[in-house]
Design a protein around this ligand. Structure first.
Ligand SMILES: NC(=O)c1ccc[n+]([C@@H]2O[C@H](COP(=O)([O-])OP(=O)(O)OC[C@H]3O[C@@H](n4cnc5c(N)ncnc54)[C@H](OP(=O)(O)O)[C@@H]3O)[C@@H](O)[C@H]2O)c1
Length: 281
């Protein structure tokens, strides 16, 4: 009798264990299949700095991420790992040289849709930035600034239109407070950002009422990567910023998330996130 009882106990214990494994496996399977139904955001130039902070901010809101990079594959893989480790979302990475924006953007949208099944938000963040003093600026450089900083965003918007419309989604373009003020020695960069600002307003008109299109214009957020120390020029910039400090990539990312996910009655707007710097330039 005692033996029969212990056999029954073992039997119950095994059944309990099997049931528990079955439930865990089902939850695991469901978790893996849920990402298809989560909103998906495509972020260009997402491997570092503001793009990386933006990817993490969207992932923390439960969005799947399609992260574009050009040269920084290892950094993109690190962001992918960080997101997969910290959030129950899927992060895929996609290479593309936006100087060849037509094939690159077509590949990007096609990979994003085949791997995620949907696209809800498009964040045009990738950008080139280097000085081009007026007299030295070359037509080939203008071509490159326009392609990477503006035309790629236009082409992505067009290709993403059907998916964004279906999702009633949004586009956010990363512009710059200098887009309408000009920045000494950076003629081509500011011209390309002015173009992107104008495109933002134009797209907001033509994509309404289905898709909202807005922009964020950062002030001094992160110094260029190649600039290792804060020199006199940087101190001058901080002195002429109302809040007297550098901004953060996270402050930009939060504004991007707000415009994409929560600003349901805002379109065609550009928000300066610049600590009040715009008033001094
Ligand atoms: N940082 C600031 O203080 C500041 C101020 C004003 C405006 N903004 C704007 O905010 C956005 C983010 O700023 P950030 O400083 O974080 O940007 P960033 O580091 O200068 O550039 C972001 C990414 O753009 C990608 N990129 C550059 N050239 C490309 C090309 N030819 N094809 C494809 N991708 C290319 C790079 O990807 P890979 O590394 O993979 O090659 C890079 O990581 C930009 O649009 C910038 O203009 C920033």
């Amino acid at each position: 009798m005692a033996i029969a009882c212990s056999e029954k106990c073992i039997f119950d214990w095994v059944i309990g264990k099997l049931r528990h494994s079955f439930v865990s496996l089902t939850i695991h399977y469901l978790r893996k299949s849920i990402p298809m139904s989560r909103p998906t955001v495509l972020i260009t130039g997402g491997s570092k700095r503001i793009g990386k902070a933006t990817a993490i901010a969207f992932a923390s809101r439960g969005c799947n991420i399609a992260l574009h990079y050009n040269h920084s594959r290892q950094s993109a893989e690190r962001v992918q790992e960080e997101i997969s480790h910290n959030f129950s979302v899927t992060c895929t990475i996609h290479q593309g040289e936006l100087n060849n924006y037509q094939p690159a953007t077509e590949k990007l949208i096609s990979e994003c849709l085949s791997q995620h099944g949907r696209l809800d938000y498009l964040i045009n963040n990738a950008s080139i930035f280097y000085p081009t003093p007026m007299r030295e600026a070359k037509p080939a450089q203008l071509d490159s600034f326009l392609k990477v900083n503006c035309l790629a965003a236009k082409h992505l918007a067009e290709l993403a239109w059907p998916s964004l419309q279906k999702a009633q989604g949004a586009i956010v373009n990363l512009i710059d407070i200098y887009a309408d003020a000009g920045l000494a020695e950076h003629t081509l960069y500011t011209a390309s950002k002015a173009c992107l600002k104008s495109l933002t307003q134009e797209l907001a008109l033509v994509m309404a009422p289905w898709i909202r299109v807005n922009g964020v214009s950062p002030g001094a957020i992160l110094w260029p990567e190649q600039q290792s120390h804060v020199g006199e020029e940087q101190l001058k910039i901080l002195a002429s910023t109302s809040l007297k400090k550098l901004g953060t990539a996270e402050a930009i990312a939060e504004t991007v998330v707000f415009l994409a996910m929560r600003a349901h009655y805002i379109t065609g707007s550009v928000i300066n996130v610049d600590g009040g710097r715009r008033d001094f330039i």
